[in-house]
Ligand binder design. Structure first.
Ligand SMILES: Cc1cc2nc3c(=O)[nH]c(=O)nc-3n(C[C@H](O)[C@H](O)[C@H](O)COP(=O)(O)OP(=O)(O)OC[C@H]3O[C@@H](n4cnc5c(N)ncnc54)[C@H](O)[C@@H]3O)c2cc1C
Length: 431
């Protein structure tokens, strides 16, 4: 019996949405759609409602009903899940056995299949690499509707083709993941934060911390740079610039021993972050932008003490979906030998375009280390130097309709040029 449902979604004017419950349903969906002109689009959970959806006539397969945790193998420390299972739910189930996922995304709705399809990074990537490094094997349905399996040690070519392919190489239906011994609710972390007012010192510090993270459980650097607000003076006297903010923070979070006063400080921090999150979510549209930016800024002031579980979802608690919006985003894995150079060049590229055309308002960057066997293999396959990486992401807020396609082409060409000359890899996250 075919148990998936076809319905229209409130988010797009999508013709159909399929909700398979098991692999056999996925096979039928793919086979039944082979004659269609339009490609099937796969999503992990609910499609994002960012207020920007365009009329869309694609057929969408959502795996949100394939969300079961199938098996936890305590001896091997692995967990088998359906691809639509949310990482936060898997992690909670593992927590009951003193286990956890080493890499989870920073919001609670990310699914195992969706994260596997983009690679998956987190502020623990300097220790554990990508989410794809944690995948032992997977089951998938290919574009002809055939079921296959592949893994770290079998059909490895296929494994690499499907991972990070963003759904283009088939639909992942189930995965086996490595888990680690960890109690995320009782692992306490203390934040060691360094703040910077100039970009060069920030980059230099980030590079040093990524090279030598010590026993930091998590690490992250953030840089924010707002466009100068120009105000005209009386005729002939030019313009004055007001309100530029350039600010960076590096945070390393180290394990610490819980004491009663630490727990009390954590309670206060949690309440403050939740109210900032509520303010940020309520402040929608252009009028809400300053409020959302203020909430995003608060992210830089992570509480001094918190549990590993809280730390992993800090961004989700504070800003949730309000961080989405018209922006140009790019993620680059820079080899550590050219990390600083990549960071400077990307920064110059974006701030140069902002200065010349005014296309961006706030330019922000986020960075941390990534020690990934998967990425090293990727570099090796492309005949690039095999070394560890630093992830550098830039988010450039767009002035409405200020990024014409010629300008976008220039920016993309500039990024490609940086990647080729610095042996860096693009992170094709689709958020
Ligand atoms: C607020 C926010 C925070 C984020 N934080 C992080 C983060 O911390 N780290 C990070 O790495 N990324 C992050 N991202 C990006 C996010 O991880 C990816 O978009 C992630 O893949 C989303 O998972 P999803 O389950 O919602 O998948 P979707 O967004 O639905 O899909 C992501 C991609 O995977 C494909 N896909 C989905 N399911 C499957 C499947 N079963 N088989 C094959 N292909 C599939 C889709 O076609 C799409 O190309 C964030 C995104 C947002 C919006």
């Amino acid at each position: 019996m075919v148990s998936f449902a076809a319905m229209s979604t409130p988010h797009t004017v999508s013709a159909e949405e399929f909700l398979p419950r098991d692999t056999a349903d996925v096979v039928r969906t793919v086979r039944d759609s082979r004659g269609r002109a339009e490609r099937l689009t796969v999503v992990g959970g609910e499609p994002l409602d960012d207020g920007l959806a365009l009329p869309d006539h694609r057929a969408v397969v959502s795996l949100r009903r394939m969300n079961a945790v199938l098996d936890i193998n305590l001896g091997r420390r692995t967990v088998r899940v359906q691809a639509g299972a949310k990482l936060s739910d898997i992690d909670r189930r593992l927590g009951a056995h003193g286990l956890g996922l080493p890499i989870v995304g920073d919001h609670r709705d990310i699914t195992a299949g969706g994260f596997a399809s983009v690679g998956g990074v987190s502020s623990a990537s300097h220790r554990y690499g990508l989410f794809t490094d944690q995948i032992v094997d997977l089951e998938y349905v290919d574009t002809d509707g055939r079921i296959g399996t592949c893994g770290r040690h079998h059909h490895t070519d296929r494994f690499h083709r499907i991972l990070g392919a963003g759904g283009r190489a088939g639909i992942i239906t189930a995965l086996t993941l490595d888990a680690i011994d960890i109690d995320k609710d009782h692992t306490w972390l203390t934040t060691d934060a360094n703040r910077f007012l100039d970009f060069d010192s920030f980059v230099e510090h980030a590079h040093a911390e990524i090279l030598r993270p010590g026993n930091a459980a998590l690490q992250v650097g953030r840089w924010v740079d707002t466009a100068p607000l120009k105000v005209s003076r009386p005729v002939g006297t030019g313009q004055v610039q007001l309100g530029t903010v350039r600010f960076g923070q590096w945070s390393s979070l180290y394990p610490t021993t819980p004491t009663r006063s630490l727990r009390a400080r954590r309670e206060v921090g949690t309440r403050t972050r939740k109210s900032l999150g509520a303010i940020a979510s309520a402040a929608s549209g252009r009028a809400g932008m300053p409020v959302r930016n203020a909430a995003a800024g608060a992210l830089m002031f992570a509480p001094k003490v918190l549990t590993l579980r809280d730390a992993e979802y800090l961004a989700d608690t504070v800003i949730s979906s309000s961080e989405r919006g018209p922006a140009y985003r790019v993620g680059i894995f820079a080899p550590l030998s050219s990390y600083s150079s990549v960071f400077y060049r990307l920064h110059d590229l974006f701030s140069g375009h902002r200065e010349r055309t005014g296309c961006f308002t706030v330019i922000s960057a986020m960075t941390y280390g990534v020690r990934s066997a998967y990425l090293r293999a990727e570099a090796d396959a492309r005949h690039l130097p095999v070394e560890d990486h630093g992830l550098i992401t830039f988010t450039c807020r767009l002035r409405p309709s200020a990024l014409p396609s010629e300008l976008l082409r220039d920016i993309v060409a500039g990024i490609d040029d940086i990647c080729v000359s610095e042996h860096a890899l693009r992170y094709e996250s689709e958020d």
